[in-house]
Write a protein that binds this ligand. Structure first.
Ligand code: ADP
Ligand code: MG
Length: 461
């Protein structure tokens, strides 16, 4: 965080007011470095860690140039996954509130292309999507990029890792040469350098060091048997008692095994990996963010870049293959000046990886036997909330306020018992204090939202 306020930038008073309403007062480091360049129209490559506020760093300059009366697509943001695209679109919609009538359209795989074509027919000023699906629309000629004034590649290195290079080049080829091009990337490998050389004009390279942001992570390493990883993870959780945690595994199978073991032992854990249907992945993430599930078990691919801020702990069921992945994983805890905890399990045969981490960090790292944690074992308390799923969403004009209203009327629950509310296109999710879930469920099932009855269901965790 810097001391620099948004008022020092060339932004409209309406946008400045909007930023205040959103609670954004001072700029993060990457914002303070990137915004003056980007708002002046320059190309740039921004490098900063997850959670540093990159979306706003490209969102403000992109929105600044939108003409709402022109219905053509003027801003294009490419993201590696649907989750990231959805998150970015959400943030852009909030930033766009200063201006009525700016339409943001999300174009990703796993969703009906017909519905997307329908949305595009109504015009979309900002397109956020994954390269594959955007290319599909170009082929069908259901999307024109001729009016794009700002092109953003978010998590560019990740998109390259996922093999999107051809799609990306193809898409960029459909945009005007006179556009502004903003790259954001966690790392700066050769491929990014090449891509930048090909598609950017004398970009400013803006790198924000994160060393000073993350000295607050306590790192612990424990030796265990390769075969006993799932129960060892359980032991770690019972000992450290984190309010919430992401458990990383190196493979999908390991994710399944660990999640199954935790659930059998009564710990509210959900699995997140690439084989899940998109819809289920959305649910899992929402349940985790709504604090109705305490532990998320995930692979790197499924979790990378996701804005799960404020983790009490990161548990590595498997030590990652390289130091960079390790730092990425543990960087999710210890945010915003809070103490974080990163606990890693290693089998005896994986000890050499610990030495590599120590080399990388230029610090001694030692491991402990798991037995030292045998005292101090306690069950994990149930999560604070449960999540109710309402089978009506944005497309049904359901808004968070409508749900809150329906929940807190006479026979309902108090506002204090209601946690986070997430509304997606076709469904809404609301967190309810565990003790009030029955009443809330009854209240929503019996009553109406927006004058309509919707199916409501309690999500298992
Ligand atoms: P990144 O893309 O770098 O991982 P995000 O853009 O997803 O980070 O932002 C992370 C979180 O920080 C979001 O919840 C966002 O709303 C919040 N945020 C961004 N900029 C600011 C700011 N200047 N002040 C306070 N919160 C901010
Ligand atoms: Mg981001």
């Amino acid at each position: 965080m810097t001391q620099q306020r948004f008022e020092s930038l060339k932004l409209s008073t309406a946008q400045l007011q909007n930023l205040r309403t959103l609670g954004f007062e001072t700029m993060t480091d990457i914002q303070a470095a990137a915004l003056p360049v980007a708002l002046a129209g320059g190309d740039l490559i921004g490098q900063a860690k997850t959670g540093s506020g990159k979306t706003l760093a490209f969102g403000l300059p992109l929105l600044n140039k939108i003409n709402p009366r022109d219905f053509g697509a003027q801003g294009l943001i490419l993201c590696p996954t649907r989750e990231l695209a959805t998150q970015v679109a959400q943030e852009i919609r909030r930033l766009a509130r200063y201006q009525p009538n700016i339409k943001v359209v999300v174009l990703c795989g796993g969703q009906s292309i017909g519905a997307q074509i329908g949305s595009l027919e109504h015009g979309g000023h900002v397109i956020v999507g994954t390269p594959g699906r955007i290319r599909d629309h170009l082929r069908k000629q259901t999307l024109s990029l001729e009016r794009i004034s700002t092109l953003v590649l978010d998590e560019a290195d990740r998109m390259l890792d996922m093999g999107f290079i051809d799609d990306m080049s193809h898409i960029i080829g459909h945009t005007p040469a006179a556009r502004q091009t903003l790259f954001f990337s966690a790392t700066y490998p050769d491929d990014i350098r090449k891509l930048s050389g090909q598609f950017q004009r004398s970009p400013a390279r803006i790198k924000v060091e994160d060393a000073s942001d993350s000295p607050l992570i306590e790192q612990r390493f424990f030796i265990c048997h390769k075969e006993s990883k799932p129960e060892s993870v359980e032991r770690l959780l019972r000992y450290f008692q984190p309010d919430n945690a992401v458990v990383f595994c190196n493979t999908k199978d390991a994710v399944r095994d660990v999640a199954a073991r935790l659930r059998r032992s009564g710990i509210a854990a959900l699995a997140l990996h690439g084989d899940l249907e998109q819809r289920d992945r959305d649910r899992v993430l929402i349940q985790f963010r709504q604090q109705s599930c305490r532990v998320l078990v995930a692979t790197d691919v499924a979790a990378r870049g996701l804005d799960i801020a404020d983790l009490a702990a990161v548990v590595n069921s498997d030590i990652p293959h390289d130091p960079e992945t390790y730092l990425h994983r543990i960087g999710r805890t210890g945010r915003a000046g809070k103490q974080g905890l990163a606990v890693t399990l290693l089998a005896a045969s994986e000890r050499f990886r610990l030495e590599r981490l120590a080399d990388d960090q230029k610090a001694p790292l030692s491991c402990e036997p798991l037995d030292t944690l045998t005292a101090g074992q306690a069950p994990l308390p149930a999560p604070r909330y449960v999540t109710l799923r309402i089978a009506g969403g944005r497309k049904d004009k359901v808004r968070p306020g409508d749900i809150l209203g329906a929940l807190t009327r006479e026979e309902g629950v108090t506002g204090g018992a209601v946690g986070k509310i997430d509304v997606t296109d076709y469904a809404a999710y609301v967190a309810i204090e565990r003790g009030c879930s029955g009443r809330a469920l009854q209240c929503l099932s019996d009553g109406k939202i927006k004058g309509r009855k919707f199916k409501v269901q309690l999500l298992k965790n």
